[in-house]
Design a binder for this molecule. Structure first.
Ligand code: ABN
Length: 173
């Protein structure tokens, strides 16, 4: 009987010692460091969304004049002047608004009204090359030039070089 009790006590002690050794051994410490190193190397590779710029973080694209999806741009085909040193309604320094324009109709999501928007090309500088948008709402084929938006409207001006496009509200539809 005494021997059985001794064996039982031995086994229990052995189990305790083994589990203590496992949680504090050099091997387990190395395993933990290894896990942390792999985690540190893999985490930066995960696909975080880094697209939000500081100035426009959190702003919905439909309200952001520097995005193609800005509501006034619904029928704009060209480079946004807001990305080229100008504003929604003014050409960048050194460029001049075209005399002839393409007019579209866009719905303002804030008040639900449809507005007539004049897309004036800004002329006299090389193509800006930033924020290219291509929306063609209510556009008609090129043989009806007045209702086609894939046109360089600077061609009627002295400075025929196209730089970018502004979106000026000219009325309520
Ligand atoms: N109206 C913008 C534009 C300019 C040049 C060529 C195509 C479109």
């Amino acid at each position: 009987m005494l021997q059985i009790i001794e064996t039982w006590i031995d086994k229990m002690a052995e189990r305790r010692v083994r589990s203590a050794a496992q949680s504090s051994s050099r091997r387990s410490a190395v395993a933990k460091i290894g896990t942390m190193m792999v985690g540190g190397a893999v985490l930066p590779m995960l696909p975080f969304d880094r697209s939000g710029g500081e100035a426009h973080a959190g702003m919905p694209a439909i309200d952001d004049p520097m995005k193609c999806e800005y509501w006034r741009n619904c029928a704009l085909d060209g480079f946004l002047c807001t990305c080229c040193g100008g504003s929604v309604t003014t050409c960048p320094p050194g460029a001049e608004a075209s005399k002839v324009t393409w007019v579209g109709t866009c719905k303002n999501p804030k008040d639900g009204k449809d507005y007539l928007v004049s897309y004036n090309d800004c002329c006299g500088k090389v193509a800006c090359g930033r924020c290219l948008c291509n929306f063609n709402e209510r556009e008609r084929p090129a043989y009806r030039m007045g209702v086609h938006n894939d046109i360089n409207w600077c061609m009627a001006d002295k400075q025929t070089m196209y730089h970018c496009t502004v979106s000026v509200i000219v009325g309520v539809a």
